[in-house]
Design a protein around this ligand. Sequence first.
Ligand code: 5GP
Length: 182
Amino acid sequence: MGTLTVIAGPSGVGKGTLVQRLLERHPRIWVSVSATTRAPREGEREGESYFFHSRDRFDSLVQEGGLLEWAEFAGNCYGTPRAPVEQRLQEGRPVLLEIELEGARQVRGSFPQAQQIFLAPPSFEELERRIRDRGTDAEDAIQRRLMRAREELSAEGEFDAVVVNNDLEQTLLKLEGLMGLT
Ligand code: 5GP
């Protein structure tokens, strides 16, 4: 069986960039592609960034038990397709899920052996700056993301490890250590 690692942490903390860099350095890692009802951002591609679904299609996936976990986040639904994760774990691959807090909690119930890592920003102000500088979200979406970020930050104690994403290289080294990839 492969190992399952969950990386959670507030929107804007840099999860996406870190996961990309981990993949470049360790091609054996398999990163799950989530289903979402959110509209694609510029440059996002179907089946690579996400599987973009209508709300109806997403609801059917939930009904069929096709998602390992799912949650609503800032007005949209996000979930992890179950079958590909189980398949990669059976193949012995290290599997990585990059998800938000509610989903991480669900995985804790169904895969208690998974390693749960929380990625924290250096400060809340820095997080807000990063979300705004990304320039991809409208003001109301930014406000929802910031409100949710406060909730997520207060839950970091639930995780097996907390890594502050201050310096990309340092954070990568810490993640590699936690995942036994060094
Ligand atoms: P974004 O819209 O910025 O791509 O993602 C918003 C949030 O949803 C991020 O915190 C991201 O980690 C989370 N997310 C992405 N995919 C999933 C998923 O499959 N399940 C859950 N629970 N959260 C997800």
